[in-house]
Design a protein around this ligand. Structure first.
Ligand code: DQA
Length: 152
């Protein structure tokens, strides 16, 4: 049996505080809850999910570098790095597989500075504003981007 394609989920700064942080914006589920939901859906889709959370841009950049040639697709909730981390943008531009940008909230409906994303220009797809459901849907999204048939 051939190994399942690996999907790497990257979580940026402050997402380790989900569940406690601004629950009126981000809900009460923890990051672990979201990763578990995504992993369950990934398994149904025949994908293997890996996850890394970091509050440091360099860690995320190095994870993208290490993903090159090994990981089939990236899902990235870059948190506030979304709005200004050009080093992360450049790392994503050097990744060969599909990239899906993910947000719990809809940044465009919030402060004006959140409407700029340095990730979007190097993303194949964006899921935002669907809360925790976005994590499960992101797995369907990458499966589609990888050309896999979605089970119903
Ligand atoms: C976020 C939106 C960002 O603007 C914010 O800085 C975050 C979370 C989201 O998931 O809605 O940390 O990426």
């Amino acid at each position: 049996m051939s190994a399942s394609p690996v999907v790497l989920l990257l979580s940026g700064p402050n997402l380790n505080l989900l569940g406690e942080r601004e629950p009126e914006v981000y809900g009460t589920a923890t990051l672990e809850d979201h990763v578990a939901a995504a992993r369950a859906r990934a398994t149904e889709l025949g994908l293997e999910l890996e996850h890394l959370q970091s509050n440091h841009e360099g860690d995320l950049i190095e994870a993208v570098h290490a993903a090159r040639g090994r990981v089939a697709a990236l899902v990235l909730n870059a948190g506030a790095f979304t709005h200004y981390a050009w080093g992360l943008h450049d790392a994503l531009a050097a990744f060969d597989g599909p990239v899906l940008e993910l947000h719990l909230s809809n940044p465009h409906g919030r402060e004006a500075w959140r409407s700029t994303s340095v990730v979007t220009p190097v993303a194949d797809a964006v899921i935002q504003g669907l809360g925790g459901a976005g994590y499960r849907l992101a797995m369907d999204g990458v499966a589609a981007l990888l050309g896999r048939n979605l089970p119903s």
